[in-house]
Design a protein around this ligand. Sequence first.
Ligand code: ATP
Ligand code: MG
Length: 565
Amino acid sequence: MTETTDNAPEAPRSDFIRDIVTQDLASGKNDSRVHTRFPPEPNGYLHIGHAKSICLNFGIAQEFGGLCNLRFDDTNPSKEEQEYVDSIKQDIRWLGFDWDDREFYASDYFEQLYQWAIELIRKGKAYVCDLTGEEVSKTRGSLTTKGQDSPYRNRSVEENLDLFTRMRAGEFADGSRTLRAKIDMASPNLNMRDPVMYRILRAEHHRTGNDWCIYPTYDWAHGQSDSIERITHSICTLEFENHRPLYDWFVRELGIYAPRQIEFARLNMTYTMLSKRRLLQLVQEKTVSGWDDPRMPTLSGYRRRGYTPESIRSFCRRIGVNKYDSTVDIALLEHCLREDLNRRAPRAMAVLDPIKVIIENYPTGQAEELDAVNNPEDPSAGSRKVPFSGELYIEREDFMENPPKKFFRLSPGREVRLRYAYFITCTGVEKNADGEITAVRCTYDPATRGGDAPDGRKVKATLHWVSAAHAVQAQVRLYDHLFAKPDPSDAPEGGDWKDNLNPDSLKIVQAQLEPSLAKARAGERFQFERLGYFCVDSVDSSDQPIFNRTATLKDTWAKEQKKTQ
Ligand code: ATP
Ligand code: MG
């Protein structure tokens, strides 16, 4: 891991990929062009792992004066949808990147890929195989045993051309034949053992409709798509390292422009599942409310939760890129978020679990307005008026009738500060017939207006509060990690990964808020004093805002950093 703690979240950094690009530029390779691409498959929403790849590909293009394409790798019609294309575009823009007019689709290259397949057949480098999918896998061999040649491997060029043309024409049933590259069934690299290039599949494609009943495999499409777009540095994750010889073989046999593929380690993060297949399952089984559920590690989920694009870019910059698989602590992402929101989020007061405070000596029916600072980190944010009266709400956990030794907040006989308001001293409690506390009784000291005692006396706690008569009620959604285990894939014995879901990942409360929050707009972010960062839900809020907790204030990452310094 190459984490840094410096405070310049947007500064470019150096890594082995940028070193390669620098060297290639210095040597004049590719006519000194830098051209990357981000190649999502439109079969799901983008997640934080994709953000790493986006920041890398678009970031390198920006830093080296190059270009980055957006290319949809849409070779699998049964799993792809327009909804995903649209969401991917929205999320990349939100993250702060732009592909201008360079929006491409592998499906735009279907005809070219088909012509290239014919070319390989003509060269005797590809053949139509009648083995079923199951038979192809069975005869592929293993890491320790060679594969077996297909009985159809030595078909004549003429027969192959005839059969392949008829495959395209729709004469054969789905799955009955494939086109395979003729490479080497004894290769130590399984990807080189006559890989499938085309399969017969009658499925409507989100862009080409029913034009095709044969579809190229990812392996056959990917490298050639890069070549067509004259990508100089084709950056992908490590699992494609042993596909590289195949991609190189294809472009060499075709005699076309050869991009350079560079692999890096994908992002893994604690308490986070980054497999699109599994995220889709959570959506389909309604474990979450959708791809944009604020607990999802998708960019749309983070956006709705209240994350800023700046915080995600800062995270991606800090984790860096390297060649070795590792798992990043989710606390780092949350730290990047807090760092950003601390600077920009206006403060407000809200009580999530209210208990009433009655101030005995405050004139009945009176109210006043007190000044509250909007953001101590940003003087230009100014201040606002907060109403105060003789009946308030404070957080239930800020009061204890019989406090243990180390409890310094409100309790009978104890004096505390109400933020921006007064010192109050608890005189007793009111209880119902069941003995439950229904209100806390206090007196206030009028001389402490604004929150300071002129005689210099100190209190050990400052509480947040809202005036009961002025408060607005709102639903607040308290989110926590979606998974309870640091490694959510690590299934318990006899169970599966879904057993690791956190049963307490969402708690809904009715909170009392200071009145200024009534007009908060969708997507607006606040720091509720002492509680955390909150964002107005952009989907479910109507005339009344609903708040999502983006993060608590407890920065475990910053704490750990301090310890190790
Ligand atoms: P799957 O979840 O099925 O493995 P995928 O995440 O690879 O799919 P793609 O749409 O193919 O989905 O990914 C687009 C690009 O994002 C690819 O270049 C891929 O390497 C990169 N990418 C995907 N996941 C991560 C990750 N966790 N970390 C870094 N890059 C990733
Ligand atoms: Mg992929």
